[in-house]
Each structure stands twice: as structure tokens, then as C-alpha cells.
Design a protein around this ligand. Structure first.
Ligand code: PDD
Length: 289
């Protein structure tokens, strides 16, 4: 079951105008919210980021946070899986094709869910492969826009090489990956780039930083150079669907040195375990705590 513009229906019945600016221009924003045991994870934070994306593109939020919460709750209840990815998208709506944002359109509001399948135990144990590519995207990667052609091109180049992710570098520094944020470990210290217009402010990125702080794991939020990325002891990607996943080969070369080369490292393994504990804690907490 999905939600479109006020109604709940099977996805096959959902129809939008061909003049929808989401279709014509990619003029819309979205969120992907993980749901564990039918409870949305970090919903308030996702709704705050949605508001920032909408403000950035002058889109008026059609729903209050409580209305979004209600809609998302209905989608979760109306779908069969205990663990879900709730996808929501708001576009500017349908209008005669004109680049200038028209005022006063009725936005198109769409919410759907799919089964959430976190990385398998085998993948967590082996880690994933990635390639490093120039970040060819635009300069407003902080907006969670549905215009994802740049990300899709980069991710496809990674898939062509049998890789799970493309890790991106702009002007000699690490930005993020095609659909995730990136952390590295250098001399035992966890490093990740600061939030800026060049990266998406990941909800999982924030959770990981909270975990690092709460457990006194040495870390710094600062620019990370391409050479630091390439010589890192550990590389991880973070996202709502991939959680904290080790990258164990970069451009075909093993990450790290010695006996841990090409295998997930100790800091990432610890953070992965802490992330799983945190999820369980949140799932068990009272509903409106
Ligand atoms: N991707 N950076 C980019 C470019 C992303 O697309 C994503 C998420 C992230 C991580 O954000 P979060 O931790 O809030 O999931 C970083 C989602 C899952 C997607 O597009 O499917």
C-alpha cells in the first residue's frame, strides 16, 4: 500500500501527471527512513532534514511533523514487513513547463515502503568493494533532491567494476559516496568530513558520531584528503540501509595493512556492534519517550 496526494492505494493504481515537475525537472525532495520492528528510526531527524531540503528549494512543506508521523505510521501498518524502508517524496507539482519555480502549485506527495534488508552477516564480515571517483555532482549535495542522475551515474560506474559503492573525491578531498557518507581510520583516529554543501548530512553519520562521542572513541571531524583515504587503516560507509559497512578494497587494493589488510578493522567492528546495540535500545524504548 502506498500514499499519494491524500489517498492510500495499491502502487499499481498510483498515477501522476506527466507535467509533474518531479518528472520534468527532478524538482522535488525525498527521505528514506528505516523502520525496525515497525518503529521508524530517527524520524524527527529525518523530518527536520526534509524541512531543510524543502526550505532550500522554496517548497512549502504540505504537512506538519505530526501529519507526516501519522501518514508514515499508516504506511508502516499497511505493509507486510516488520523492518521497512519508508520512502517519501514531495515534488513541486504539475505545471506548464517553465524553469522558474511557479508559485502556489499543489505539491505531489508520495509515500511508499519496501522491505528493509540490512547487509547480510557475510557482507558485514567480509566488507564491501568500492572505487574512488571524481565527485562530478552539483554543489548542493546537502539538499536531498530527487535529481540523482549524478549519483546514479557514479553508482553505475562502481557496479560496472563489481563494486558496492563509489567513494567521491573533489579537489583532492573526500566528500562522501554515491549514496552514503564515509568515515576512515588513520593512526587509530576516526576521521570524517564536516557537513557542508558538498555532502548530504546523513542521519546515520550523526548516529555514528554520537556513538563515537558516547564511547570516547578518538575521532575528528575535519577535511580528509584523497591520500589519507587511500592509505587509511579502515574505511566505512554509513547510510540508513547499509548501516555501518566496512569497505575492504579500494580500486582493487586491500584497505589497511598487515593481517587485517582487506578485512574489516577493529574500530569499525566495534562501531558496528555499538550501532546494533543502539538500534535494539531504541526499538525497545517506550513509543513516545
Ligand atoms: N541515501 N549521502 C548520500 C548521497 C545519500 O544518498 C545517503 C542516503 C547518505 C546517508 O544518509 P542517511 O544516513 O540519512 O541514510 C549520504 C539513501 C538511503 C538513498 O538515497 O537511498
Amino acid at each position: 500500500m502506498i500514499y499519494l496526494n491524500g489517498d492510500f492505494m495499491p502502487i499499481e493504481q498510483a498515477k501522476i501527471s506527466v507535467l509533474d515537475r518531479g518528472f520534468i525537472f527532478g524538482d522535488g525532495v525525498y527521505e528514506v527512513i528505516p523502520v525496525y520492528s515497525r518503529r521508524p528510526f530517527r524520524l524527527a531527524e529525518h523530518l527536520v532534514r526534509l524541512q531543510s531540503s524543502m526550505d532550500a528549494i522554496r517548497l512549502v512543506n504540505p504537512n506538519s511533523a505530526s501529519k507526516w508521523t501519522e501518514l508514515i505510521g499508516k504506511i508502516i501498518a499497511g505493509n507486510p514487513w516488520e523492518d521497512q524502508n519508508v520512502y517519501l517524496q514531495v515534488t513541486r507539482g504539475a505545471a506548464k513547463r517553465d524553469h522558474v519555480f511557479p508559485k502556489g502549485l499543489k505539491p505531489t506527495v508520495f509515500v511508499m515502503a519496501s522491505e528493509l534488508v540490512p547487509p547480510s552477516a557475510e557482507l558485514v564480515k567480509s566488507g564491501a568493494k568500492a572505487i574512488v571517483l571524481p565527485d562530478t555532482r552539483w554543489l548542493r549535495c546537502d539538499i536531498k533532491s530527487t535529481s540523482l542522475l549524478g549519483n546514479c551515474m557514479l553508482r553505475t560506474l562502481a557496479a560496472d567494476e563489481g563494486c558496492a559503492e563509489a567513494i567521491l573525491v573533489r579537489d583532492g578531498v573526500l566528500t562522501e559516496a554515491s549514496a552514503s557518507n564515509v568515515f576512515i581510520v588513520k593512526n587509530g583516529t576516526v576521521l570524517t568530513p564536516p557537513k557542508s554543501h558538498l555532502i548530504l548530512p546523513g542521519i546515520t553519520y550523526d548516529v555514528v558520531l554520537e556513538i563515537l562521542r558516547a564511547n570516547a572513541i578518538t575521532h575528528e571531524v575535519r577535511p580528509v584528503t584523497e591520500s589519507e583515504l587511500r592509505s587509511a587503516e579502515e574505511v566505512w560507509i554509513t547510510s540508513s540501509s547499509r548501516e555501518v559497512l566496512a569497505i575492504t578494497t579500494l580500486d582493487g587494493k586491500p584497505v589497511g595493512k598487515g593481517e587485517k589488510a582487506g578485512k574489516p578493522g577493529p574500530v569499525g567492528e566495534r562501531v558496528y556492534a555499538l550501532y546494533q546495540q543502539y538500534k535494539v535500545k531504541v526499538m525497545r524504548a517506550p513509543a513516545h519517550a
